[in-house]
Ligand binder design. Structure first.
Ligand code: ZN
Length: 223
């Protein structure tokens, strides 16, 4: 391999890390406040790491809670994601909405005004949330440099294309930009199943002439 080959390979690897957007499928999950954690898992209890997520600092905890909806239907063993937050929030799919007898709206994380509540059950007690259940608005996390390379900005709404037999276009995907982020598109289980996409598969932002159109070629270059 010549020096030029090595430089080309290194450049492509950098571009791939910055511009290729893998899918991260979110199953239903709960974020807990300190106060609710105390009630559900005991005073001063802490979350235990099960698996780190792609977004730095975020993790799936060993702890789970049960969700009890107004119809008294229960969804068991719903994963808690860490770290703790200011306010508890439960993210479910549209299918879960039906099962629990709820009508949670599609919302950005943290925008909880007017959202329905739910009962959380843990090993030490239960909490009745007055609000906080949402269907997460599908979104793409990007660092600032990735956003520049992909020619998008924070809160821009884009369409996204997936590959494969059941490939589809997702409209109304929100771009979120922060230097705390790694490139990743978050969709829920219903959305993933509808287009047959798997975790870590790459997606494309439509109508953007930018390097990520070359992701397939970059992938083959790795082999
Ligand atoms: Zn996300």
């Amino acid at each position: 391999m010549t020096q030029l080959d090595l430089i080309t390979k290194a450049t492509i690897k950098c571009l791939k890390d910055l511009c290729c957007i893998p899918v991260g499928i979110s199953n239903r999950h709960a974020h807990l406040s300190r106060k609710d954690m105390d009630i559900l898992f005991g005073k001063g209890s802490e979350l235990h790491l099960k698996k780190e997520l792609r977004q730095p600092g975020q993790f799936a905890a060993v702890e789970t809670v049960n969700l009890r909806g107004p119809s008294n239907a229960v969804v068991e063993r719903v994963r808690v994601l860490g770290p703790l937050r200011q306010e508890s929030q439960v993210e479910i799919s549209r299918t879960d909405n039906y099962q629990l007898g709820l009508s949670a709206p599609v919302r950005e994380s943290g925008r909880l005004e007017g959202t329905p509540g739910i009962v959380l059950e843990g090993p030490f007690g239960s909490v009745e949330l007055a609000r906080g259940v949402i269907i997460a608005w599908r979104h793409i996390h990007l660092s600032e440099i990735s956003a520049k390379l992909l020619q998008v900005h924070d809160r821009e709404i884009v369409s996204v294309e997936t590959a494969g037999m059941r490939g589809c276009v997702f409209k109304n995907v929100m771009i979120r930009v922060s230097n705390q982020f790694e490139p990743e598109m978050h969709i829920d289980m219903d959305e993933a199943n509808a287009c047959g996409v798997n975790n870590n598969e790459l997606i494309w932002i439509c109508n953007k002439l930018s390097p990520h159109y070359k992701c397939k070629e970059m992938e083959s270059y790795d082999n």
